[in-house]
Design a protein around this ligand. Structure first.
Ligand code: ZN
Ligand code: MN
Length: 479
């Protein structure tokens, strides 16, 4: 769409499962993935008449921590509402959600689109419960209510995204933040994060919003981006035919066909017959509670990236990589605190360790190399006891494969740099005595001859001599 006459307008709704043990309004287990159907159910989440829901405080807490990380305002008063549907996976006949007074609103998220930062505003983050799951089989439909009642955050963006790439960057940044604050695993393979993308086009320069297509239930970054791109092309073709979208519609996405397909005309708020949930009290959040939660919000990835770049002179790419996961960032920062050498820490973690972990499909928590070991390794290098070459070529692999302490490896392999001045002086003297012509050449101004002499000392020490000391001693003797 780069050179197109149309501007793309995208808004994203994200549903993320809150990381808690139980459901939003009952004490059933929220661990529904790959469980026998209808195992985690009770009269409340099965929608039996007369059952009373109870708000899960932990769900509120984790939802609000995410809201704070997204810079949302938290009004002291909010309430739950019934959103009426008639679907077989929703036995209550309504979803408990939040309509006009959500628990948080008006926040923002910084995203990095190919190196350029953009602020995307967030309309609201509210709490609600999930529906069950339907499986359509040959002669009927099966209902599994394990998911029914699971606690969700719904996070709605302003329609400020302008391409599938921006939508992808926003979705990835959201996943990173939700994981950072521990509010959601945001694991899409387990259905713990899903996207609904509203896509519309308008002529460049126009301010009005045209009718949009809402693509429902996208469950991977790739589907999100492909579905948006497909919908952009489809709508552009419609406008070219002089038609465009006549009204808001809801569409689905087929990964198999790589196409969107019509589901229904888009519902408006009126269609849901929202009304206040009579079985739940209002949700009152005190300033003290918010202040407590604020303390639990860790430094955010974009702030860390800026600090790494500005204070520690870490490259943009390495900063992005090292902050992509909170455990990884903490691991890296522990090494920096023990070595005061952020550059070497970034190189060992970001380049060497991460490429091995990636190859072996392991997380940083599964690494046999602890932050402490890498810190030791760097300190040995910086004290001149180990050469960078040996560290990379001979020590790190053993640390990685066996989790062995670097000092033990160095002793076993005899890699310790020779820093004994007396011993080095003996070796240097012998090298000079054995190569008188090189000494003459060097004194005549031939640098090459000097490098040859250094090379001979290195050869005599199997490359383990402290290079700085060798220089010093050689020059002193020759002089
Ligand atoms: Zn239940
Ligand atoms: Mn929702």
């Amino acid at each position: 769409m780069e050179n197109s006459k149309y501007e793309v307008v995208i808004g994203l709704e994200i549903h993320a499962q809150i990381s808690i043990q139980t459901k939003m309004f009952c004490s059933c287990s929220s661990d529904s993935f790959n469980k026998e159907p209808n195992l985690n159910v009770c009269p409340v989440c099965m929608g039996f008449p007369g059952q009373l829901p109870v708000i899960n405080k932990e769900a509120v807490r984790k939802g609000l921590i995410a809201a704070l990380a997204l810079h949302c305002e938290i009004p002291g008063f909010s309430k739950f509402d019934r959103k009426n549907y008639f679907y077989p996976d929703l036995p209550k006949g309504f979803q408990i959600s939040q309509y006009d007074q959500p628990v948080s609103q008006m926040g923002w998220l910084d995203i990095d689109v190919a190196g350029t930062m953009k602020k995307i505003h967030i309309t609201r983050l509210h709490l609600e419960d999930d529906a069950g799951k339907l499986s359509h089989i040959e002669n009927g439909t099966l209902c599994d209510y394990n998911r029914s009642g699971i606690a969700l955050m719904e996070i709605v963006s302003e329609p400020e995204l302008r391409s599938s790439a921006e939508a992808g960057a926003y979705a990835r940044a959201m996943q990173t933040i939700l994981r950072y604050v521990g509010s959601s695993d945001a694991d899409m393979e387990k259905g713990k994060m899903r996207f609904d993308a509203s896509v519309s086009l308008r002529l460049k320069g126009e301010a009005k919003l045209n009718p949009r297509a809402e693509i429902k239930n996208l469950n991977s970054f790739r589907s999100l981006e492909s579905a948006i791109d497909y919908e952009i092309e489809r709508q552009a073709a419609l406008y070219e035919e002089g038609k465009g979208l006549e009204g808001n519609i809801t569409v689905g996405w087929s990964d198999e066909l790589q196409k969107t397909y019509f589901l229904r005309d888009k519902e408006g708020a009126d269609d849901y017959r929202y009304f206040p949930e009579p079985d739940l009290p209002p949700l009152i959040v005190t300033p003290d509670f918010i202040a407590e939660l604020q303390k639990e919000v860790p430094e955010l990835p974009t702030d860390k990236q800026a600090r790494y770049r500005n204070d520690w002179k870490i490259s943009e790419a390495e900063s992005l990589l090292l902050t992509s996961d909170l455990s990884l960032a903490q691991y890296f920062e522990e090494i920096v605190s023990k070595t005061e050498d952020p550059k070497k820490a970034a190189s060992f973690v970001g380049t060497i360790l991460m490429s091995k972990l990636k190859r072996d499909v392991l997380s940083i928590q599964e690494s046999k190399v602890s932050a402490d070991m890498i810190a030791k390794l760097i300190n040995l290098i910086n004290k001149g006891k180990l050469s960078m070459n040996s560290a990379k070529a001979e020590v790190f692999d053993v640390m990685y494969e066996q989790g062995t302490d670097p000092e033990v490896i160095i002793k076993e392999k005899g890699l310790e740099v020779v820093s004994d001045a007396g011993q080095l002086e003996e070796i240097c003297k012998k090298v000079l005595a054995d190569n008188p012509q090189s000494v003459v050449d060097y004194k005549a101004g031939k640098d090459k001859a000097y490098f040859f002499l250094v090379g001979q000392v290195m050869k005599a020490t199997k490359g383990q001599a402290n290079a700085d000391m060798v220089n010093e001693i050689l020059k002193k003797i020759i002089a």
